[in-house]
Design a protein around this ligand. Structure first.
Ligand SMILES: Nc1ncnc2c1ncn2[C@@H]1O[C@H](COP(=O)(O)OP(=O)(O)OP(=O)(O)O)[C@@H](O)[C@H]1O
Length: 421
């Protein structure tokens, strides 16, 4: 139930947090009146009204006490005195020591995976670790492997970006320097091997770009993962940990997952530390509709900006101006072409041409940096376009792009991602 009580004051004692769920229909304003406070690691400026959009869920935490003023409609707002923040800050201290040691030894810094089931606060913890590191002057890499609820760019992607400043509580992670690979679906089960291949490509690219100085190298990486941790989901988590050569794995709130990962990883590499952490009682469980809503919002933000401040551009082009492909699937190899006994399966990473048709209406396509179709799998993407009309008679396509002018490439990738604004 939405509550509006005019301006309301909350007094927080040390190590308390104010947990807020903004109402679904209007924004909420909040300011720090007294003391110090932070939102997922990012400090609040004093006496400055910040606006949080409808549906936003967050916590304002204080180490030493503070007073917060809230103005607007909220579904939930309460102060909690039990949080796992001290244990999260301890993890930060350990990572900080490793960064310093790495810098002194001209070595690579820590690579820390955050894992756990859905709605366990993985993204929030990743944000805290990155923002705390940025506050100490580091520039860690944020790698986001969560194709359903990722933070860097639109859903259906795996990506990485340097974090130079504490992450803004509303605007999130800037994506202008992001390295993005397009998977094209919001669940990994659509093509598990393609997901693995893209995680490998992303890692290869990150590893191939040597840090320009010891500080950058020592800053290390924080890796956010998907909440699917059973069966194939577990296999994908292990694959990500090993591919990215993580040395620290934080497991939020699930004993079973912690034990399984510890056993599996220690058998292969005893140097990997698997740490169990409590899930915060403030993490909000989001239903299917809300998750779908945040995915749509992420695409909307890409084209229109977080406060609808951007003006995307519409273009009409000939079908022949572009070549569209899909990764995976495609016709199976004929039995006669396979070794005796082998089963015909669709190649999960095969590059398959896609013809323009009404099926592409409302599709979100990525614009690849690949020079030739064979390189589509291993190429990152420049950005995304939205298909707004497909005119079969005139062989023309109308699309929306975030920038004016021609697209940087004519090779486009399709998946199953659609957007009906
Ligand atoms: N302490 C807290 N108080 C209030 N809200 C919180 C708190 N921690 C996290 N949240 C909110 O709860 C929601 C779920 O948290 P988060 O996205 O970090 O979980 P997750 O495990 O990454 O989810 P996913 O399953 O999508 O990967 C988010 O909207 C987040 O802002």
């Amino acid at each position: 139930m939405a509550v509006k009580m005019g301006t309301q004051k909350f007094v927080l004692q040390r190590e308390n947090e104010l947990r807020v769920e903004v109402g679904m229909n209007s924004a909420l304003h909040l300011q720090l009146v007294d003391g110090t406070a932070e939102i997922f690691g990012s400090e609040l400026p004093p006496m400055f009204w910040m606006t949080f959009p409808a549906g936003h869920k967050f916590a304002v935490f204080t180490w030493n006490g503070c007073t917060i003023e809230v103005d607007g409609v909220f579904d939930v707002a309460y102060v909690a005195d039990e949080t796992p923040m001290v244990s999260y800050a301890n993890v930060h201290s350990v990572l900080e020591q490793r960064r310093r040691r790495a810098k002194d030894g001209f070595a690579a810094g820590p690579r820390c995976v955050v894992g756990g089931p859905t709605d366990h606060g993985k993204s929030s913890l990743a944000r805290m670790l990155l923002s705390w590191a940025a506050r100490e002057g580091w520039r860690p890499t944020f790698t986001d492997l969560d194709i359903g609820q990722g933070s860097i760019t639109i859903p259906g992607t795996v990506s990485a970006t340097p974090v130079e400043m504490p992450i803004h509580p509303v605007e999130g992670v800037p994506s202008n320097q992001a390295l993005v690979y397009f998977y094209g679906h919001t669940t990994p089960s659509v093509n598990v091997n393609l997901y693995k291949a893209l995680v490998q490509e992303l890692t290869r690219k990150l590893d191939s770009e040597p840090a320009s100085n010891p500080d950058l190298q020592a800053a290390g990486m924080v890796i956010n993962t998907m909440g699917w941790v059973e069966g194939v989901g577990y296999e994908l988590l292990l694959h990500a940990i090993e591919t990215l050569r993580a040395d620290t794995v934080l497991v939020l709130g699930q004993e079973k997952l912690h034990t399984m990962l510890q056993t599996a990883l220690n058998a292969r590499n005893p140097a990997v530390e698997v740490v169990k952490l409590h899930k915060s009682g403030g993490v909000v469980t989001r239903n299917r509709d809300y998750r779908q809503h945040t995915r749509v919002q992420k695409i909307n933000e890409y084209f229109y900006g977080i406060s609808q401040e951007l003006f995307p551009h519409c273009f009409v082009a000939n079908f022949s101006d572009f070549q569209v492909f899909r990764l995976g699937g495609g016709p199976q190899a004929p039995l006669s072409a396979l070794p005796i006994g082998a089963k015909p399966v669709a190649d999960p990473t095969r590059v398959v041409p896609v013809r323009f048709s009404k099926e592409l209406l409302h599709a979100v396509l990525s614009v690849s940096f690949a020079k030739v179709p064979e390189d589509l799998l291993k190429s990152n993407v420049a950005g995304f376009i939205h298909i707004q009309d497909v005119d079969m008679e005139r062989q023309k396509v109308t699309y929306m792009a975030p920038c004016p002018g021609p697209l940087p490439n004519q090779l486009l990738l399709a998946g199953s991602l659609v957007w009906n604004p």
